[in-house]
Write a protein that binds this ligand. Structure first.
Ligand code: NDP
Length: 234
């Protein structure tokens, strides 16, 4: 059965791969962007997830065109890395406001319609760094770890209404976010990944599509790693 799917930050990177995977299986897919427009074949809505009014307007537009959002993928995220002693409070709160509060804003907006429909899937894109930690990533890791508590609390609140909330924790994925890493840092990272390689964005998308499907109805509050073994045990 075709569903209405909204992927935040679905205009590029991992979000785009997720949006394309849902579109390929015949779902109605909307993506948010911040002015770049929508990729071919996807319905785009302009939205900055740090702005509640913009989030509300984007959902209203999707609802009008494609119907209520049944599958929400909270994927939009940023990094602003630096060591703890050099990190300004502004750098900390800006990353939290996008990655964690932004996910809260979209999950809250989606959940009222999911409750009415008595069906919904919420998938948060976290990171291996959320539970493993990362030097220079106090802000980013805190924001990504927070998504685990959020998904598990939503599971406890809405689990009896056929609504699941899960976390996908990617390791190192080949996108613009990892392009900025130096070759030395990339070589160091590769040494610690049992799979010995970075992943393609579509390998994250496949896990997300699975969690959104009927076969995953009894999986909620889970943290699903897509990290080639990097974060094992965390
Ligand atoms: P990219 O940097 O390639 O893309 C980030 C996306 O988030 C873009 O679509 C961007 O929109 C959007 N975005 C950022 N801030 C906002 C905002 N305030 N409002 C709306 N949209 C926003 O990142 P990736 O594709 O690599 O990452 C996607 C997700 O996966 C992120 O949450 C990231 O933390 C996570 N992740 C990535 C990993 C990796 O190795 N790449 C590993 C683990 C997790 P715009 O185009 O307008 O800038």
């Amino acid at each position: 059965m075709a569903r209405t799917v909204l992927v935040t930050g679905g205009n590029r990177g991992i979000g785009l791969a997720i949006a394309q995977a849902f579109a390929k299986q015949g779902d109605r897919v909307a993506v948010t962007h911040r002015g770049s427009g929508a990729p071919d074949g996807l319905f785009g809505v302009e939205c900055d997830i740090t702005d509640s009014a913009a989030v509300d307007a984007a959902f209203a537009e999707v609802e009008k065109e494609l119907g209520p959002v049944e599958v929400l993928v909270a994927n939009a995220g940023i990094t602003d890395d630096t060591l703890l002693l050099r990190m300004s409070e502004e750098q900390f709160t800006r990353v939290l406001d996008t990655n964690l509060t932004g996910s809260f804003r979209v999950a809250k907006r989606a959940s009222s319609k999911m409750l009415r429909a008595k069906w919904g899937r919420i998938i948060f894109i976290s990171s291996v760094v959320g539970l493993y930690g990362g030097p220079g990533q106090v802000n980013y890791a805190a924001s990504k770890a927070g998504l685990v508590g959020m998904a598990r609390s939503i599971t406890r609140e809405l689990g009896s209404r056929n609504i699941t909330a899960n976390v996908v924790a990617p390791g190192f994925i080949d996108t613009e976010m990892t392009d900025v890493l130096s070759d030395t840092r990339k070589a160091e990272i590769l040494k610690s990944i049992p799979a010995g390689r970075l992943a393609a964005p579509d390998e994250v998308a496949q896990a997300v599509v699975f969690l959104a499907g009927d076969g995953a109805a009894y999986i909620s509050g889970a943290v699903v790693p897509v990290d080639g073994g990097l974060g094992m045990g965390h």
